[in-house]
Ligand binder design. Structure first.
Ligand code: ADP
Ligand code: MG
Length: 621
């Protein structure tokens, strides 16, 4: 009796297609970082980062000059072997020797005829551009190996604070690597692109907190109709994850009488720092971790363990140094309101850093992207936009909001859920709610709310069918959305096979982002009330069905029943009637359940009687 609706067919053919013109001219995107670099490209319409021969999307910005030039993790491994390994060359892009001559760098610094800085490697010397060119060349070859074709154009990112000389030096490095540098873009802008912030339509202000390996910077961007402007940027080129490694290495020496950080040999210090970095990175995903270096010295094995709690205490001072820059950048940008904070740089993977950022800016940072890949990804997206690889893509369309019809009690019955890939098709079978009903109105709705009235009506169609007892007529409703977003609603009287077709233009798919967001936000905001109303409505429908049935049953078999049962049923029915007058979903639901339960006995007697009657009829005939 309670079949008010059941499933007829469900074939939501998730067959989506994606076509992309073969990109004639790839433009690769490169994050040329102080510590790590990455490269990617738009491939088949998707921005992706490409893995190097170690299977890693991130390549250390290290170059070793011995017999051969080696780049990446392999270069870092040469460090112990006494070769000339250069790391953090980016710090010296566009630098004058006089400004940096006292720096403590991995190789000796020397001056060229024009007063620029060079690095001494064995008997030769190389410029910062040369070193970065080696890294870029390496990334170019990673891309070519992965894509199986040559690439010649690139977008390269630089810090927002890079001056003209530094940008020119970066461009030159690209040219030395055989790349045409189509554009130099700033790292925070690239990161914002990767986080999809160009889609924000109104003007919005975003803070980009970039805590990398050797540097920290924070910027405030203004994004207006897809155009980015850096309002302010500040930071410290000597503040990064490396300092945390040193903090840990010092802690390690403090635990062991044999070691003093300041008097360690260079190679010992390097091994300890490498182990400290591993320990640090492990602590972002577990509560405690070990630092073990067997045979650190012939008579010394290091075996220490650290909990995240202790780690947080150790790094507190260091990470807190970023706070004043955050305050500074907000002051410089002269704004009172921020819309978003995004995280960039590997060191923002540390939970304590995320917490700190949340506190400083008074809002949870967006962590939806890999922080150490966001800059490269943004460069890739920019490259894809310039080459046309992103524009020419046929977007994989999905239904922005759920589609359904109104059912008894004013409820929304979803037929195609939100975010279903189109084209798609789905349907259900409905029945008449009232005896001898001759038609029913199918209201096509769109939205995420539980009650039909809170959703949007896309159209309606009157379906007629042959009169029948309540719940006997069958009407199939099928929704089909084609690749153009046209929704076709087909209703069929299953008895006569007669179809009615209602066509709704692309309204089912063409909804503005704001409207979708508003609907979704409302559905979340009202989730509690909506659910309560749905529960109440469903319980009410059930009550309206039960009460007359109970009255009819009592009239028939009351005198055959146990008086205690009778009293129970009557009071349960009374409870339902009074609950109907209140507005509490749970009260009504449990009253209905109680009434249903209390009538079990009566129902058994009724069934028995009905069977007896049927038997009598049979005997009589
Ligand atoms: P860059 O400074 O070149 O932009 P990255 O953004 O890649 O470099 O950041 C590198 C830093 O991030 C290193 O100090 C590294 O130890 C740190 N890092 C990477 N992953 C983690 C992690 N899981 N936990 C803590 N630090 C991490
Ligand atoms: Mg970086």
């Amino acid at each position: 009796m309670k079949i008010s609706l059941f499933l007829l067919v469900y074939f939501s053919g998730i067959s989506a297609y994606l076509s992309c013109m073969a990109t004639q001219d790839d433009i690769i995107g490169i994050d040329l970082g102080t510590t790590n670099s990455a490269v990617g490209v738009v491939e088949s319409g998707f921005p992706i980062l490409l893995a190097n021969s170690d299977g890693q999307r991130i390549t250390p910005s290290a170059v070793s000059y011995d017999n051969d030039v080696i780049v990446g993790a392999a270069a870092l491994r040469q460090r112990g072997a006494g070769g000339s390994v250069i790391t953090s060359a980016k710090r010296y892009m566009g630098s004058r020797y006089a400004e940096v001559k006292d720096d403590d760098f991995c190789v000796p610094l020397i001056e060229d005829d024009q007063g620029n800085v060079r690095f001494q490697v064995g008997e030769n010397s190389v410029s910062p551009e040369d070193v970065n060119a080696e890294i870029l060349k390496h990334l170019k070859s990673v891309a070519e190996t992965q894509l199986g074709r040559n690439v010649s154009k690139a977008i390269i990112t630089v810090p927002a604070y890079f001056n003209d000389a530094q940008r020119t030096a970066t461009k030159r490095a690209g040219e030395l690597a055989g790349l045409e540098v189509v554009r130099i873009i700033s790292e925070p802008t690239a990161a914002a692109l990767a986080y999809g912030l160009d889609k924000l339509e109104e003007s919005s202000r975003v803070a980009v907190y970039d805590y990398g390996g050797g540097t920290f910077d924070v910027s405030v961007l203004e994004i207006k109709e897809g155009v980015f402007q850096v309002l302010a940027t500040t930071g410290d080129t000597r503040l990064g994850g490396d300092n945390l490694d040193e903090t840990l290495a010092r802690w390690c020496c403090d635990q062991l009488d044999e070691l003093n950080y300041d008097t360690l040999e260079i190679s010992e210090r390097q091994r300890l720092l490498d182990a400290a970095r591993t320990l640090k990175e492990k602590l972002t995903s577990s509560d405690s971790a070990e630092l073990q270096i067997p045979f650190f010295r012939p008579d010394l094995n290091i075996d220490l363990s650290l909990t995240t709690e202790q780690f947080n205490k150790l790094i507190h001072t260091e990470i807190s140094k970023t706070v004043r820059y955050c305050k500074q950048v907000l002051f410089d940008a002269d704004i009172t309101h921020l819309d978003k904070v995004i995280l960039v740089g590997g060191s923002t993977r540390i939970p304590a850093v995320r917490e700190l950022v949340g506190k400083v800016f008074g809002m949870e940072p967006d962590t939806s992207q890999h922080p150490d890949e966001a800059v490269a990804l943004g460069a890739v997206i920019q490259g894809g936009m310039l080459s046309g690889a992103l524009r020419e893509m046929v977007l994989l369309d999905v239904t922005p909001l759920s589609l359904g019809i109104e059912t008894l009690g004013g409820l929304m019955n979803v037929i195609i859920p939100r975010n279903t890939t189109i084209p798609c098709k789905a349907g259900e079978l409905f029945t008449n709610a009232v005896a001898n009903q001759e038609s029913m109105c199918v209201r096509v709705l769109q939205g995420e709310r539980e009650m039909a009235r809170d959703n949007w009506e896309l159209g309606r169609v009157e379906v007629s069918f042959s009169p029948a007892n309540k719940g006997q007529a069958r009407v199939g409703v099928q929704f089909a959305i084609d690749e153009n977003g046209i929704l076709e609603v087909l209703t069929r009287d299953t008895q006569t096979g007669e179809d009615t077709i209602l066509e709704i233009n692309s309204a089912a798919v063409d909804v503005t982002d704001e409207a979708v967001e508003k609907m979704v936000t409302e559905s979340v905001d009202y989730a509690f009330d909506d659910m309560a109303e749905r529960v109440f409505t469903e319980a009410k429908l059930k009550a309206e069905e039960l009460l007359p049935a109970v009255d009819a049953g009592l009239a028939q078999v009351a005198d055959e029943m146990d008086p205690a049962d009778l009293t129970e049923i009557k009071s349960a029915a009374e409870a339902v009637r009074s609950a109907l007058k209140q507005d509490d979903a749970n009260t009504l639901k449990s009253a209905v359940q109680k009434l249903d339960k209390s009538t079990e006995h009566m129902a058994a007697i009724l069934v028995e009687k009905a069977m007896e009657a049927a038997l009598m009829r049979k005997l009589e005939s």
